[in-house]
Structures are given as structure tokens and as C-alpha cells.
Design a protein around this ligand. Sequence first.
Ligand code: AMP
Length: 425
Amino acid sequence: MGKYTRPKGTQDLLPATQRYWEYLRATVRREALQYGFERIDLPLFEETALFTRGVGEATDIVEKEMYSFEDKGGRKITLRPEFTAGVVRAYIENGMRVQPKPVKLYSVGPIFRYERPQAGRYRQFHQFNAEVLGVQEPLADLEVMLLAWDIYAALDFQGLAFQLNSTGCPQCRPAYIQTLTAYYHQHAAEICDTCRRRLTTNPLRVLDCKETRCQPVIAGAPKIAEQLCTECETHFTALRGYLDELEKPYTLNHRLVRGLDYYTKTVFEVWAEGIGAQAAVCGGGRYDGLIELLGGPPTPAVGFAAGLERIIMVMQHQETPVPELPTPPVFIAHLGAAASRVAVQLLVDLRAAGIGAQIAMSGSLRSQLRTADRKGGRFALIIGEREMEHGEVTVKDMAQGWSQTSIPLEAVVAWVQARLKRVSE
Ligand code: AMP
């Protein structure tokens, strides 16, 4: 091992895994464009205050997971720990409110969270993120749910199903939270310290506590979906109606919550078989209060984020057929100073003609040809002393069992082109 190692929780995505990444990026892009989502690329870092406000002080992300620092100008900066706050900032800052509604945006890129690394959990990882802004109707919730679904379906994930909940709105949630905290106070002796603390900072979150001792208390807790106001109830019923109509399986899960005020109505996860038992592969929901909270006009919105590393782990595990990345079809081997100059000219001519080509950079002809073999291109072009004397190139065609022909130097580009064309036709 060298002197330096990668920082804890980060990964080197080596060339051997890149075909998975390319395939995954191409799949999410294709699905997003088919749905009419437009791509938006945002800075990897933002003002820290955007996230403390936009993600929420009482969340794990803001409490303990942000990569924050002061830049040389004394600004407080944070590497993005999620996409939504940045998307909303950009929506407001770029005046996107004047665009026809809905505004449908997607992003793909790195996310940073100071978490305890383990299998499938990193400190730098990638997400695909999609948001629909400007529409209150449940069709917007349906749109992001279907996009999430179709991405996993396109990648051959098995056992797909939604988990679904509604967490109400500022009209109906306060009354529910009162009921919930009253219930929890009756069970104060049975719950963990984190839940006890959350009851004051972020009460809904007690419902997704993973501690064993809290499970019976959660199971008996009052359900928010049974205390929705008329507007939230109507919205939830309509969304479920669409899902029923489309025969998309979903389970109502009253533990599915996102604790903060600006999260409203729909919360969902997509579950799939993945590597072991069925588990969440992505999550999302509605956040009608966020845009106003961040200084924009009141604007309803809904979105989701999916982790790409975990998708790739599943693709590798289930051996999803993923095409090899294309390699240049031509490899040029050469020997001697004069031949290398001719070889370089040929290399440039091939590339100018749109033909992928590589040139040997060292070694004997024999070792160059071994390299050619390993690189997996179709044609090896050889320019040695004999070829120089005759103004020719020796061509070995791998598709023909490395059969060998001599072609006049000036005719080689057209010769290769004609043969490659035949393959692609
Ligand atoms: P969240 O933004 O926490 O709702 O996470 C959305 C998705 O991002 C999850 O379903 C995971 O697939 C993925 N994810 C979250 N945290 C990590 C992490 N530390 N490392 C890798 N993937 C993650």
C-alpha cells in the first residue's frame, strides 16, 4: 500500500465498474427524459444556512452528518448532504416560478454525509433526485412515484412495492402530534432516550425509531392517516385511487414519516428484493412548506431521491446484463523510428475519419501484439521494417481468427472503415 489512502467512507470507482455506472446513468436519464423531467446541475456546496433551514435543525443530517467548513473568505459552507434544498434555492433564485407548472427537475451526482461507513453506506455517495414543483394535485405525487418505480423496473429489480403514508399538513398535524405525545407520555418508561428527546424536538420521528424496546409502543401508537383534515384526506384518497387503478401494490405504513413542518401529505418508499429481504430502495414525499420557508412564494412540491451505490450493488448481485463499454476497434503496432512516425500519422488519420484507434507506446512487436489482443479491439495494424519497405500495413483481423493481409498504406483507413461499416449495418 502507498503512503496515502482514500478518506474513510469514500470509494474509488475503478474502470472495471464503470460499465455499471454508465448503464445506470443512461437508464435514469432515459426514464427522466421520457417523463419530461429536465436536468438541473447545482453546486456541490452551498451556504450552510440553506441546509440548517432547508433540511432542518432537528434532523440527523444537520445534527451530525454535514461536512461544513469556513472558506477563505469566512463564509460558512457545506458539501451538499441532499439535493432538495439546493433545487429549491435554484428554483427561487432563477425565477423559475414564472415557468408553466409543473416544473419537473432531476439531478444526479455526489452527496456527502458524515455517517458511520458500512456496506452500502458511504460518506460520499451518489443520488438520483427528482422534484415536481408548483402543483398541489395528487397527480404530481403519482408522477414521482411512477418515475421511481419505472427506474427500478427498468433495472430488473424484483418484488417492487410502495410503502405509503400521509403525514398531514399544518392544519391537521398539530392535533395529531398532541395525541401522539400524550400517548407517548403514558409510555414514557418504556421508550429509549432518543425518543424521549425527539418528543420535544421532532415528535413524528419517534415512529421510525429502530430500538427494540420502542417497537411495541410504536405498534400501538395513534395513526396520523386516521386524523387527516378533509383536504389531506381527499388528496390521499385520490393518490391511492390512481395507484389502485394502475394496480401498483402499496402498503399503508403509518410509521413512514419525515419529521418536519414543511413536509406535508404524501410520504413514500419503494421497496424491492435487492440483496436480501425486501427493503426500502428509495424514499420521497411532498414538501409544500419548504419553498416559502426558504424565501420563495408559497409553492407546493413533491420529490424523491435514490441512492446509486445501492442500486449498483443489487445490479452486480443479481447479475443484471450490462453491456461492456466500447473499446477502439484499431490498435497500431510499430517498430523503429521511421515506422513510429508513419504510425502516428495513421493514428491521427483514423481518428479523423471517426474510427477509434490506439497506438502502442513501448515494447517489442510481439509484446505490442499481446497488448493489442488484451485491449480487445478488432484490427491490429502492424508497421515494421518490411512494411516500411513496401509502403504497406499488415492488418490482422480478430474477427477472422487474426487472419493477416497486406494493405497499401494509403488505402488502410478506407479499408478499415468499409469493414467496420459492414459490422454496424
Ligand atoms: P435519504 O436522502 O436519506 O432519504 O436517502 C435516499 C437514498 O439515498 C437511500 O434510499 C439510499 O439508497 C441512499 N443513501 C442514503 N444515505 C446513504 C449513504 N450514506 N451511502 C450510500 N447511500 C445512501
